[in-house]
Design a protein around this ligand. Structure first.
Ligand SMILES: [Zn+2]
Length: 483
């Protein structure tokens, strides 16, 4: 293996802090945050001191200049992991001194360029961000794949900071696009990830200005999390008007609604016949190169959709109350799920997607005031907290002083197992365990009556998972009706 160095380097000061030649070929890149708006020289002087006991292959300074401190052939002392540093090119990037340790845009842009250069010289066609530590460290990259890792996986550190963590997926997709591969983040790449990771990745797609511009970014993002194949509820499966919109949405027009000449794909979709009954049909869907474009088209649809001359979602534009915005969307005929508003509010609140949490008087949803760990949300609007308690059997709403202000009526709780459920004509998918993180068995129940022996919570449905008496596996309880 012949190692080379980047031609983007404009300043070189080789550090004595390294282990000599690496013992593993390069198949990782580990970007770090310096925690300071440093210059290439300043970083070089610091790493030139033996007492520093640290180094990196490259640094990107506050002006976007690239410094080299350890040649690419050598193992730097950067990520608190010998195994990682032997195979990774390490890059320190000038950043703010406080969380989220933001980079200036020129630094981020240079990081993209440098990663492209590193990949090209090392024969890689793709840069991957797998998001999850275990998944990444156990991943065996193909010969043309480079994998991103982060310092926080190897030491109790914030590095590279939440700012870059939110952009790791973006970094990977932009570098891959410049390498000639498929650009953009694909919805499929989010499947099986934790909700926290989905928030981090998709949240990174919104600029600060978009987040401030109104409520649409937070609502769109919550819809995305709910509907992009994350989870196995009817809602997720039926979400064909969002982030995978049909080529034509009957009788709706909006800026960009004409899709002629653009990419499409065909798939089966479930449609409401107008009476709440679902039927399956094949339809053409808009094919986006990446999630960013999909979100942009979706936003254009929500803001501009017209039925004839009437705005379909009248009042949405400029709306700064997300609960109201979601009601407008639902009432415009977007969703028939009676819990649609509470589900989206819960996601927005759980992940603090709203920029409008002005109240300090939080309503907390817990099993008991003492049981802090049971908290599933803190809400500023009582109605939203009540919805969350309603959707989670056994939970109540407490005000800031710990006084119980609401306990849901028990009548729409699921009964104690064993109980019987009815499944409609299309059946429901059977999973090998209680969560969308478990593999599907590939089977569906088909229509009929089934006995549930046990309920467990797990990623996906709000009501949890039920174990089938037949031993075939687990089904999402949102999809069925207890009888
Ligand atoms: Zn670091």
């Amino acid at each position: 293996m012949t190692y080379t160095n980047s031609k983007l380097v404009t300043y070189t000061r080789l550090s004595p802090n390294h282990s000599g030649q690496r013992t593993h070929s390069i198949d990782r890149i580990t970007p770090h945050c310096v925690v300071g708006q440093c210059s290439a020289q300043g970083l070089g002087e610091w790493m030139a001191m033996r007492s520093t006991q640290a180094s990196c292959n490259y640094g990107i300074d506050k002006d976007g200049r690239v410094g080299m401190y350890v040649e690419e052939k050598n193992r730097s002392w950067c990520s608190s992991s010998s195994a990682n540093d032997h195979r990774a090119v390490t890059i320190e990037c000038a950043s703010d001194t406080k969380e989220p340790y933001a980079f200036r845009d020129n630094v981020y842009q240079k990081l993209i360029t440098l990663c492209v250069d590193i990949c090209k010289r090392n024969g890689k066609k793709k840069l991957l961000w797998l998001g999850d530590k275990e998944r990444t460290l156990s991943y065996n990259p193909k010969s043309d794949e480079m994998v991103l890792t982060v310092h926080r996986w190897f030491a109790n550190k914030a590095c590279p900071g939440e700012w870059l963590m939110a952009r790791m997926g973006d970094l990977a997709s932009k570098v891959t696009a410049q390498l000639g591969g498929r650009g953009g983040m694909q919805a499929l790449e989010l499947k099986g990830l934790s909700e926290a990771e989905v928030v981090r990745r998709v949240g990174g797609l919104f600029t600060a200005d978009q987040k401030r511009s109104g409520i649409l970014a937070s609502v769109s993002m919550a819809q995305f999390i709910l509907e992009s194949g994350y989870g196995s509820t009817d809602l997720a499966r039926e979400a064909n008007n969002c982030f995978g919109m049909k080529k034509v949405l009957s009788s709706n027009t909006w800026p960009g609604s004409t899709w002629d000449g653009k990419s499409i794909y065909t798939k089966k979709t479930k449609e409401d016949d107008g009476t709440g009954k679902l039927y399956t049909e094949k339809a053409d869907f808009r094919k986006y190169p990446c999630i960013e474009d999909s979100i942009a088209d979706h936003s254009a649809y929500l803001l501009g959709a017209k039925n004839g001359t009437r705005m379909r979602y009248e009042g949405l534009k400029g709306c700064t109350d997300y609960r109201k915005a979601i009601h407008i969307i639902k009432d415009g005929g977007y969703a028939t799920d009676t819990k649609y508003v509470s589900k989206l509010c819960s996601i927005i609140e759980r992940w603090n997607l709203s920029q409008y949490d002005l109240a300090e008087n939080w309503y907390r949803v817990r099993k008991s005031w003492e049981d802090k760990d049971s908290q599933i949300g803190a809400f500023t609007i009582l109605a939203n907290a009540k919805d969350a308690a309603d959707a989670n059997p056994g939970y109540s709403v407490f005000d800031h002083s710990g006084k119980k202000v609401y306990t849901p009526p028990v009548d729409d709780d699921l009964p104690d197992p064993p109980f019987m459920v009815k499944v409609g004509t299309d059946g429901t998918e059977i999973y090998t365990g209680p969560g969308t993180n478990f593999p599907k068995t590939g089977l569906t129940t088909g229509a009929g009556i089934f006995t549930i022996m046990e309920i467990r919570s797990g990623p996906g449905p709000f009501l949890g998972w039920g174990r089938l008496k037949s031993g075939a596996g687990w089904i999402a309880l949102d999809d069925v009706k207890p009888i």
